[in-house]
Structure formats: structure tokens, C-alpha cells
Design a protein around this ligand. Structure first.
Ligand code: KE4
Length: 428
């Protein structure tokens, strides 16, 4: 195997971290448990590269789980944050940037006329579900196995991302009552929706069990099933929003949801997320309506400054350029890995991709779990990291290319993948 890097400072920090932070990390997937390594601790990052505390530098395809679409530490974003910080960091009072960001999101996404800014995707999803339940007077929520919608109780049942990686079909501490109204069905199947269902929440492009695009007609099927039952359709676009295109999944697939959640890209790397929908639905939120929701740092002025700067730089050409770059990467990965004899699927939807070591396309969580359980992805991860390529430390995540990734970065990644695939095959 290619020699792993000197990670002594990371190992020392990790040992310290484990004494004062559960698992040594502030979010489980960062612990590298499913890939069997000590996580590297970051010293800095810029553009497509991230640098650890031992002086190792990696091409980064995590990009803070999709938040850094321009690449790390983009000077234009740093300047916007610095300029905002000079005027204050938080007020607990409304600002013009919050209005501007809400206007930009509403003008970009079909079906969004009004927006409430919050600080995390979890909060955005929790709020969207509360709106759906309050507006319909119904309790039931339908979600899909392998889709992850943050860690609020109602959706922490049969999730993807961290939960799937940890192999927890749901979570201790979540009471049976909290998920008693949550129905979990397979992705890419149209559930039976009856009149006690408040909403169906879906990742329109599933990206927390690896990348699993919707089957042709699937989203249309969910839309009409919801309409027939009087249930609301929620598109959780925390990953796909402002990532696959300016207008996200509803623009790409031509299907409108009733409520949307966004995160990551719209905060420019700072804690910011959003829930959006029609004025009628959104006005159900306090103080205009009876559905309560609040947040001390909601619409934080540094995060809105960063988000506005990023969104101002994401015109349709930027998404097309990014999609072309991902297309080149994916084509190269399929060729390089297959040449070794390893069976691999590298699904792509515009700017999102993931790598499954399996012989057939992955259509749902069971397929994704079968591929992940082979352990090949973990071996490939370790081998690529040794070659200075940082992939998602879990087979259930997707890869993120930024606008800072150059053609040379892409070619170097493809070359490393070919070498790693041979090494992995020899190790099996
Ligand atoms: P946050 O609460 O982590 O900001 O967002 C939750 C969330 C909601 N919806 C979707 C579709 C998401 O993907 C996420 C969070 N994404 C994961 C990565 N797949 C965050 C990484 C982590 O948990 O550390």
C-alpha cells in the first residue's frame, strides 16, 4: 500500500479531542470511523486544497460537505465577511442583507415566494415539517430510507449520512412517540399516501446514501400522490439547492414542491440555512401565524454577507462550467477504476457524484448498503488519501467539486484513482 502520511500532530490532537469532545469531533462523520483512520486535523484550506496540521496538503472533494462551491477561502467571500464583521457580528435585529438574501433565494427557486433564514439544515427541515403539520392539521410524515434530513427527532428514523454510516437504523434518545408518525419507505418508490399524511419529505437528488438520482418520473409521481392526498411535498435541497443549478431540483426536473429547505452553499461556508415556500404557507410562521419558530443567530450578518457574495458569483455559466468539470472527472474515474478490474459505479447528476464499488446501478438504500458493506470504498479512501486526495470519509456521502478545482486537479485525481484501484484490488 502507498505509505500513509505522517499524521503525528493529528493523532496527538485527536487523542486530546477525544477527552473533551464526544468521539473527538463535533459531527460524527468527521471521525473517519467508517474508513478506519485517524482524522486529519485541518490547519488551513484554499481553493481546491486543504492542509492538515502535519503539513500534508490534499485535493479536497468534501469542501465542507458542499458548502464551499467557490472553493475554500475565496478572497471575495473573505472580503465580504471581513467588511461585515467591521460593522458588527450579530445584532438580534433585522438587517438589509437578510432581505436581500431572501429576495435572491425567492427569485431563484420556483415555488419559493417567502423565506425564513435559520442556522442549520436541521433547523430548516424541522421548521418545514412543523409548517406542514400546522398548515394541514395532520401528523404523519413520510421520508425515504437513506435520505438524511438533519438530526431533529421526527426525521431521525432510517436516515442516511451519519446515521447510516454509524449503522444506526434510528437513534437512542429519540422516543418511539417522536417517530411514531414518521413512515420510512424506499427511495424511488411511490408511497401510499392517505389523508393523515401532512407531508412527504425527500432529497430530490438523494445524496446521503451516496448519489442516488430519482428514477425518471419519480418526483412527478410524488407530486401527484401528494396532490391526490392533500399532503405537502417538501424538497430538502440542503445539498442540491444552488448546487446542481441556480434553481435547484425544481428547475432541473420541472417539478415544484410546496416547501423547500436550503443550506450549505447559501451560507458561503458560515452557519446559515433556509426554509422557503408560498406566502400562504410561510405566513403561518410566527409572528404572522400560529406556528412558532425562532433563532438567536438566524440571518446572521456575517453569514448573509458570505451567502450573498457566493450567490452573486453563481450565474448559469458557473453551474455549466462546474458540471462539465464533474463530467470529465466522473468519466475519468470510471475509466481508470474499471481498467483495474474493480467493479464500480460513479453516478453523476450535473455537479454531484459518488463512487460505489458494485456491479449494478444503486437505486435505493439497500443497494447502497450492500456496496458500502463490502469495505472496498474504505480501502479506496485510504489509498487515495495516501495520494493526497481527500474524498468523503464515508461511502454514504457524495463528492463535491468546487469552481476552484482546475483541470490539472481533475487529471491528478483520475491518475491517483487508477493507481489506488490497482492497489485496492491487490489487497482484496
Ligand atoms: P445540517 O444540520 O448539518 O446543517 O444539515 C442537515 C442536512 C439536511 N438535509 C440534507 C439533505 C443534508 O445533507 C444535511 C446535512 N448533510 C451532511 C452531509 N451529508 C452534513 C455533514 C455532517 O453531518 O457533518
Amino acid at each position: 500500500m502507498h505509505p500513509q502520511h505522517d499524521m503525528s500532530k493529528s493523532e496527538e490532537l485527536f487523542a486530546r479531542a477525544e477527552l473533551v469532545i464526544p468521539g473527538g469531533v463535533n459531527s460524527p462523520v468527521r471521525a473517519f470511523r467508517s474508513v478506519g483512520l485517524t482524522p486529519f486535523f485541518v490547519e488551513s484550506a484554499r481553493g481546491s486544497r486543504i492542509n492538515d496540521v502535519d503539513g500534508n496538503s490534499y485535493l479536497d472533494y468534501v469542501q465542507s460537505w458542499g458548502a464551499s462551491i467557490l472553493g475554500h477561502a475565496d478572497p471575495r467571500v473573505i472580503a465580504a465577511i471581513s467588511e461585515a464583521a467591521e460593522r458588527g457580528t450579530t445584532y438580534g435585529a433585522p438587517t438589509e442583507h437578510e432581505v436581500e438574501l431572501a429576495e435572491v433565494i425567492a427569485s431563484s427557486v420556483r415555488g419559493v415566494a417567502m423565506v425564513r433564514l435559520v442556522s442549520s439544515g436541521t433547523e430548516a427541515v424541522m421548521t418545514a415539517i412543523r409548517i406542514a403539520r400546522g398548515a394541514t392539521g395532520r401528523d404523519r410524515v413520510v421520508k425515504f430510507a437513506g435520505c438524511y434530513h438533519g438530526h431533529s427527532d421526527a426525521v431521525l428514523a432510517g436516515g442516511g449520512s451519519g446515521v447510516a454510516t454509524l449503522g444506526l437504523p434510528d437513534s437512542l434518545g429519540v422516543t418511539k412517540n417522536a417517530v411514531a408518525d414518521t413512515l420510512v419507505v424506499d427511495y424511488n418508490t411511490i408511497p401510499d399516501i392517505n389523508s393523515d399524511v401532512a407531508c412527504v419529505i425527500v432529497e430530490p437528488v438523494a445524496a446521503n446514501m451516496g448519489l442516488v438520482p430519482p428514477d425518471p418520473g419519480y418526483l412527478e409521481g410524488l407530486r401527484s400522490a401528494c396532490d391526490q392526498a392533500g399532503a405537502l411535498l417538501i424538497f430538502d435541497e440542503v445539498i442540491s439547492g444552488f448546487r446542481i443549478s441556480r434553481g435547484g431540483a425544481s428547475e432541473h426536473f420541472g417539478v415544484d414542491a410546496d416547501l423547500y429547505t436550503f443550506g450549505k452553499v447559501i451560507g458561503g461556508g458560515l452557519p446559515l440555512a433556509a426554509v422557503g415556500g408560498s406566502q400562504d404557507l410561510m405566513r403561518e410562521l410566527a409572528p404572522t401565524g400560529p406556528i412558532y419558530q425562532a433563532g438567536t443567530l438566524s440571518g446572521n450578518p456575517l453569514a448573509t454577507a458570505a451567502g450573498l457574495k457566493v450567490l452573486s458569483l453563481l450565474d448559469p455559466r458557473a453551474f455549466d462550467e462546474l458540471s462539465a468539470r464533474v463530467e470529465r472527472l466522473v468519466g475519468g474515474l470510471v475509466e481508470a477504476i474499471s481498467a483495474s478490474g474493480l467493479e464500480v459505479q460513479v453516478p453523476r447528476l450535473r455537479t454531484l457524484f459518488s463512487i460505489f464499488f458494485t456491479d449494478a446501478p444503486v437505486r435505493n438504500f439497500a443497494d447502497a448498503k450492500r456496496a458500502a458493506d463490502s469495505g472496498v470504498y474504505a480501502r479506496f479512501f485510504r489509498s487515495m488519501l495516501a495520494r493526497n486526495i481527500s474524498l468523503a470519509p464515508s461511502a454514504y456521502e457524495v463528492g463535491f467539486v468546487s469552481l476552484a478545482h482546475t483541470d490539472e486537479d481533475i487529471e491528478a485525481t483520475i491518475e491517483a484513482a487508477g493507481e489506488s484501484a490497482i492497489e485496492v484490488l491487490e489487497s482484496l
